[in-house]
Design a protein around this ligand. Structure first.
Ligand code: FE2
Ligand code: FE2
Length: 269
């Protein structure tokens, strides 16, 4: 199976790139299943139902969220109706929606998608992501109940993401990081067959500070004072993510490739 994961869609620039270019990228890769992280798609904070529908219509099979899952309040109700959107497994206990689900591809193959939040350097304390994902991977065995499994590890620390990759190794087709908005150059297949990248990077304008217009974040770093709000940068976005090919019998990865397309980042080969 061919799986594509795209990192955090950032504001209008990220949405515009998804709407205008995801279908072409999907068909040029021959992707069977596409997951897009969209926790920052609406003004950089959260995801509105309308923007979720636009991203799904553009070619995403599933949307994952993150620590910004419910920054747009309408998502609290919408996620109960739209099963193609996942919030983190280990979000607040009372949160609506689900953190893991099994989906079917057009050809009927089953794909598990799950998202967990890390604990290191995050603004709020979340439950242990390692035990949370363990239960899901034990219930949905790769190569048995599901033909592929995609885990989105949403957090700051590279160390915590790498540990999650190894924790899921051989039990997921792909473990990919999101949240930092900068792609790491470490796409690999781990020892037991799980494709891994510490962070997919964002789908956004890289002439920015992690997707925001440079002025205000620079002012806060340089002067220690804020003058205005953060607003997403509006230049042409780079689509960033990870493309993985799997063996349908085992669900393990046979090939992995980083994707960087359009915008200011150097393109992937
Ligand atoms: Fe993000
Ligand atoms: Fe995040």
């Amino acid at each position: 199976m061919k799986l594509l994961f795209l990192g955090d869609v950032m504001g209008r620039a990220g949405r515009a790139a998804i709407v205008s270019r995801l279908a072409g990228l999907r068909s040029s890769l021959g992707a069977d299943f596409v997951v897009v992280n969209a926790e920052n798609a609406t003004s950089g904070v959260g995801l509105s139902p309308g923007h979720a529908e636009a991203i799904l219509s553009a070619g995403a099979d599933v949307i994952t969220l993150g620590d910004h899952a419910f920054d747009q309040k309408d998502m609290l109700q919408f996620i109960e109706r739209e099963t193609r959107i996942l919030r983190p497994l280990n979000f607040a206990k009372a949160a609506p929606g689900s953190g893991a689900r099994v989906y079917a591809t057009a050809s009927g193959r089953k794909v598990l998608v799950a998202q967990v939040l890390g604990q290191v350097f995050m603004k709020r304390p979340f439950d242990d992501p390692f035990s949370a994902i363990d239960g899901v991977l034990k219930a949905q065995r790769l190569g048995a109940g599901v033909q592929a499994a995609i885990v989105d590890m949403h957090c700051e620390a590279t160390s915590e993401k790498m540990a999650m990759g190894h924790w899921c190794d051989g039990r997921a087709s792909m473990v990919v990081g999101s949240h930092t908005h900068v792609p790491t150059a470490d796409a690999t297949i781990l020892a037991e067959g799980t494709a891994y990248q510490t962070d997919a990077g964002m789908c956004g304008d890289y002439d920015s500070v992690i997707g925001m217009e440079k002025g205000e974040p620079m002012r806060r770093f340089i002067t220690g004072m804020s003058k205005g709000r953060f607003t997403p940068a509006t230049g042409d976005a780079t689509l960033c993510g990870l493309f993985v090919e799997t063996d349908d019998k085992t669900g393990k990865a046979t090939a992995v490739r980083m994707i960087r397309e359009g915008g200011r980042l150097s393109p992937s080969a």
